[in-house]
Each structure stands twice: as C-alpha cells, then as structure tokens.
Ligand binder design. Structure first.
Ligand code: FA5
Length: 346
C-alpha cells in the first residue's frame, strides 16, 4: 500500500506542474482527494491491514494529503498572479503620459474640473512662494476642532455637522483647516502654505451644498502681517483664475479660529436667472478668511506676541461653478458622462 501511495504522490506532482488553468488544478485535486478519488480508493484496503501496518500508513497518507493540498493552493495562487500580471501587461496605461492615453483610445477623457482648478490654484500659490501641504481625511478631534479654538462645548461645532467614527475621537475632516494646524506643528515662522483636499460634512444637499466637497486652506505667518496682505493675495488669486479683475465684497464673518474674520463673496452671474432678475444679482460665498486667532497660533506652538498671520479657506467646487457657470454643484460628482465629457483636457 505504501508503494501505491508513493506512486500516487509522484504521479500527482508530475501532473500539477503541467496545469495552466485553475479549473485543471481543481479537477486534478478532486481526482486525487475527492470522495471517489485515487487516495480514497487506496485507503479502502486499509480495513484488511494489520494494526502495525495501519500505524505506519496513517501518518504517511496524512502527510501526502497535506502536501497535495498545499501544492494545490500554491498552484492556484501562482496561476491567479500570472493571469493578473498578464492582464496588467495587456492594459498598460501611463496616466501621466498623454501619448499613453492616446494609444489606448482614451482621448475622450479629461481631468475632472475640480482637480484641474485645484492644480491651477496650487500653481498660482507656488508662484507666490507658498508651499503645498497635504493632510489626512480621517482626523482627530484636536486637529479638526480643539486646536482651532473650538473646544468640546463650543456652539461653533454645530456649524459643521460631522461624520464621527464609533470611538467618538476620530472623524472625517470637515474642513482643510486641519492642514493649517499640521502645518504650524511642522514648521517655524515665517512661513506660507496652502493645503487642498476633500472634506466631508453631514449636509442636506442642494444646488450649492454637497456632503463631500473640496477646499483649499491657506495660511501665512510672519511678523506684522495685515488684512491688506490678505486682500492682496485673495485678489491676485481670483484675477489669475478668472483672467480679469473680479468684483469682491468683504463682510464680517464669524469663525472661532480667526479674529477679525471675514466672508469674501464674489459677484456671480447666475446661470439660472428668473424672469426680471438682473444677471449680476448674485453674490456667492466663496472665501472665508481672517487674521489667525492668538489661541490657534499658541496651539500650533507659535508665540502670538511675536508673530501673527492670516488664513483662508477656499471652496474649490464653488470656484468651478462660477468659472463654468454650473447651476448645480451635484453635477460635479454625479459621474454623469454627459457632464464629464464637456471637460475634455485635449
Ligand atoms: C470653513 O470651512 C473654514 N475652515 C474656512 C476658513 C479658513 C475660514 C481659514 C477662516 C480662516 P466654511 O464652512 O464657510 O468655512 O467653508 C469654506 C468654503 O467651503 C465656503 O465658502 C464654500 O465655498 C465651501 N463650502 C462650504 N460648505 C460647502 C458645501 N456643503 N458644499 C460645497 N462647498 C461648500
């Protein structure tokens, strides 16, 4: 019986190396280990064996069974990896190369308008000497609220309804001001940086409100920074984006992390004008900003008696709406190809 087992094992090993499909491997496994398979057939005669022979054959047949199962698993994995690699090689696309996209017939595609405007804004700030920073989507209470002068019991927490994790310590960031805090922690003044990214709020959606949208935070800290500096950078940004001087309005706005705080609104030519309504009737809230609150500087390890600065938070989806006269923010992430195809990059 031992010879038969040995022959079965050798035969299995010879056959499995030639399998090229997962189905062949599974068939082979069932021929050898299945209920009516070769191993069961051999072990049927175990009933006629002496107790000594059984003692010897039992462990041998178990070892062979385990080895076959291991080989089957390894072969299945090897074939799967081979298939995935073959598919990857077949569909090799370098998304950073225009030629590669054209080769693959992907010329109808384009960069998403929010991503495109984000890159443009980053480039504008880079050209003015700002750094571009990144930050995590999942944040802790400290970086999203506490360090921004919004303690646990502060009513300002209600301004940004939040998706909390079960531990009630972590949340999906509600604004990119978290990058402001992380930026202060990692550098010494003077500095200036912007931090773009996705943010999340438990919002009731409408034409100008989404639950997941994009912001770009900016911060400049140094000595004797003024509101004049803030307005200069904001107006330069808008002029570069819209390629003309934009009419803006600055009105007082409350944010616990700035003092004084402002809302910078932009004159918006409403795309869905009602009868009799002037096309210049709209102001769109676009860019809240202000001088950084001393408590925020302190939380970031900066002495407010020595340094001050400004900060702003730009709504990137809203900027796209103004630039392309989009009447409903929900088009932007609807995945509707009729909408997306209008933003071909080339
Ligand atoms: C903030 O998020 C502040 N962190 C911004 C800030 C930074 C103020 C630094 C002062 C200093 P607010 O909640 O207003 O502020 O959002 C900022 C911008 O994001 C808005 O002006 C708007 O353009 C955009 N925004 C806000 N909520 C939504 C929404 N639900 N959908 C789309 N865009 C939104």
């Amino acid at each position: 019986m031992l010879e038969k087992l040995d022959a079965l094992h050798t035969d299995f090993k010879a056959q499995i190396v030639n399998c090229t499909k997962q189905a062949d491997v599974l068939n082979l496994k069932s021929q050898v280990l299945g209920k009516k398979g070769a191993l069961s057939e051999i072990l049927k005669s175990l009933k006629d064996a002496t107790p000594e022979q059984r003692k010897e054959i039992g462990p041998v047949s178990n070892n062979i069974k385990q080895d076959i199962e291991k080989s089957v698993q390894a072969k299945l994995t090897e074939i799967e990896i081979g298939e995935v690699n073959a598919k990857l090689a077949e569909n090799k696309i370098d998304f950073s190369l225009r030629e590669s996209l054209i080769e693959n017939g992907l010329t109808a595609s384009g960069m998403h308008p929010v991503h495109k405007i984000q890159r443009e804004v980053e480039d504008i700030f880079l050209s003015m000497g700002f750094d571009v920073l990144d930050g995590p989507h999942i944040e802790d209470d400290f970086h999203n609220f506490e360090a921004l002068n919004i303690p646990e019991t502060h009513p300002a927490r209600d301004m940004q309804d939040t998706f909390w994790f079960r531990d009630m310590k972590h949340l999906l960031r509600t604004h990119t001001s978290t990058i402001q805090v992380r930026g202060m922690e990692s550098r010494k003044p003077p500095f200036k940086f912007v931090g773009p990214g996705k943010v999340f709020r438990c919002e009731r959606t409408d034409t100008t409100h989404e639950m997941c949208f994009h912001q770009l935070e900016g911060m400049m800290v140094g000595k004797d920074i003024t509101v004049g500096n803030l307005i200069y950078f904001m107006k330069t940004l808008l002029k570069e984006i819209f390629k003309k001087d934009m009419e803006v309005r600055l009105r007082p706005g409350f944010f616990p992390f700035v003092e004084p705080g402002f809302e910078l609104d932009i004159r918006w030519k409403k795309p869905d004008l009602k009868k009799g309504e002037s096309e210049h009737s709209g102001w769109l809230e676009l860019l809240p900003c202000g001088m950084v609150h001393p408590n925020v500087l302190r939380a970031g390890g900066i002495d407010p008696d020595e340094y001050n600065g400004f900060a702003f938070g730009l709504g990137l989806d809203r900027l796209v709406m103004v630039r392309y006269a989009i009447e409903d923010i929900r088009h932007l992430h609807s995945g509707d190809l009729r909408f997306n195809k209008q933003f071909k990059s080339f």
